[in-house]
Design a protein around this ligand. Structure first.
Ligand code: TYD
Ligand code: MG
Length: 450
């Protein structure tokens, strides 16, 4: 005898309750509880295994590993960030703030790929008239790209299964709904179900599926974080309003490097590639007190960044620390090291600190640049013109070498940098730059007249 028990499980965090609730008490997600029917056998076990159930097993040597073909758009920045073209039969998410340019980018990519492949574009948010308006603006009208404004997922999937295009684009997944589903339209459960069905579509038919997803204020894809786990790759399109530049960042990629960055400018006729982002960044750099230049690796590419510091004697008992683009603790740490070993009273100063161009620095390769920016603002003296600081700083005030310095120096030289500020024991290859070496933070004072 078997009996049936009902419970409700949160599709976001797996919390289980016996009563349906609108909001999950655990993760506070709305409409995420899905009915779960558990059929329990009187013996106590929840499933009886039949001798006919079987999963095929094979050894690695019998698995065919042919190189997966890539679908190229010939938009260089896109192809590079996705890992050298889209992989056939993969499921990919593009996410970003509303209005950042996801639909624009995908229409441009779809248009280029449709020159040689079959591409279907399902616009679940915008009408076909709106889409045509955008396509005219992008001058992307004269090829075989096919459009639909159907938002019902089952129809989308059966069309794709029947027609077998190379690429399916769904803009956006949040606006899709599934007929005859136990989950509520727009709910987290339905989003997961949609992603699961699309995953099967891509894998079973070798169709590449690209979906767009909205992002919440906190910067996560609206809906469950699990969507990120289900798909093959996740790309964020980000940008700063002041800057017309948009950054495409790979945050997960089963077929390429993460943290790879692509750059575009939003212009009258769509997103235009910025292959040489450093030229753009370096044109904005000022040779002023408080400014230092550093370089970091973003994916496979070295990026030149200006650090800007402003230190002012504080009138407050708790001096202010306002930091953007860098972990504020890292700046406070460097300030503390300078205070301890260089004997300057930064703890009595307000510190304002930022990274140019809206970039975020994660590692500690920019420590030396941070120290120089702080000192330069403190003494109101600029650093040597056309100099770059490449080094880490230890808690004991020692300047430490960094990895990958060869790439960083080569890129810096390309943009007219003539002075390298580095650790005493940093090994470097031949360079035409003047080299200034420092073993500890006290020696940094040698650049300032004070
Ligand atoms: P869109 O691609 O609709 O953003 P998303 O899909 O991420 O919400 O981009 C919309 C913005 O881009 C809108 O503010 C207008 C601007 N835009 C241009 O500046 N130039 C163009 O050629 C296009 C198509 C859009
Ligand atoms: Mg859009």
């Amino acid at each position: 005898m078997s009996k049936t028990k009902t419970s409700f499980k949160c599709s976001n965090c797996s919390y289980i309750t016996i009563k349906w609730l609108g909001c999950c008490p655990e993760c506070k997600e709305w409409n995420s509880l899905v009915e779960n029917i558990i059929s329990q056998h009187s013996s106590g076990s929840t499933k009886i295994y039949s001798p006919n159930d079987s999963a095929p097993l094979m050894s690695l040597s019998s698995i065919d590993t042919h190189e997966q073909p890539r679908i190229l758009s010939h938009i260089g920045e896109w192809d590079r960030v996705v890992g050298g073209g889209l992989v056939s039969g993969s499921l990919i998410v593009i996410t970003g703030d509303p209005g950042i340019g996801k639909s624009t980018l995908l229409l441009q990519v779809a248009y280029e790929i449709a020159k040689t492949k079959r591409v279907f574009y399902f616009s679940t948010e915008e009408s076909l008239q709106q889409l045509k308006g955008r396509a005219l603006r992008l001058k992307a009208t004269d090829n075989n790209l096919l459009f639909s404004d159907t938002a019902e997922l089952t129809s989308i999937i059966s069309t794709a299964q029947r027609e077998k295009p190379d690429l399916v684009i769904i803009d956006s997944i949040q606006n899709c709904y599934i007929n005859d589903s136990n989950t509520l339209p727009g709910s987290v459960g339905q989003l997961r179900e949609a992603a699961f069905q699309l995953m099967r579509l891509s894998k079973e038919n070798n169709i590449t599926v690209v979906i767009t997803g909205h992002i919440t204020k906190e910067g996560i894809i609206a809906g469950p974080k699990t969507l990120e786990h289900m798909v093959d790759a996740v790309f964020y399109l980000q940008g700063e309003d002041r800057w017309q530049t948009r950054m495409l960042r790979a945050v997960k990629n089963r077929f390429g490097a993460i943290n790879e960055l692509g750059f575009f400018n939003m212009e009258q006729n769509g997103l235009q590639e910025v292959p040489n982002i450093n030229a753009h960044l370096i044109s904005e750099i000022s040779h002023a007190p408080g400014s230092s230049l550093v370089s970091i690796m973003e994916g496979s590419r070295p990026i030149l960044l200006e650090l800007q510091a402003l230190t002012n004697a504080s009138k407050l008992t708790m001096p202010q620390r306002v930091v953007s683009g860098l972990d504020h603790k890292q700046v406070i740490l460097i300030a503390a090291i300078l205070e301890k070993y260089v004997k300057i009273k930064l703890s009595m100063h307000d510190i304002f600190f930022k990274v140019s161009g809206g970039f975020k620095i994660k590692g500690s390769e920019s420590d030396l640049g941070t120290a120089f920016a702080l000192l330069s603002s403190y003494f109101q003296e600029p650093l040597p013109e056309k100099s770059i600081a490449l080094g880490e700083i230890s808690l004991t005030g020692q300047i430490k070498p960094i990895n990958n310095i060869g790439h960083l120096i080569k890129e810096a030289e390309k943009f007219g940098i003539t002075t390298l500020l580095i650790a005493k024991n940093q090994t470097i290859e031949k360079t035409s730059c003047v080299i200034k070496r420092f073993s500890n933070v006290y020696e940094l004072l040698s650049l300032f007249g004070q």
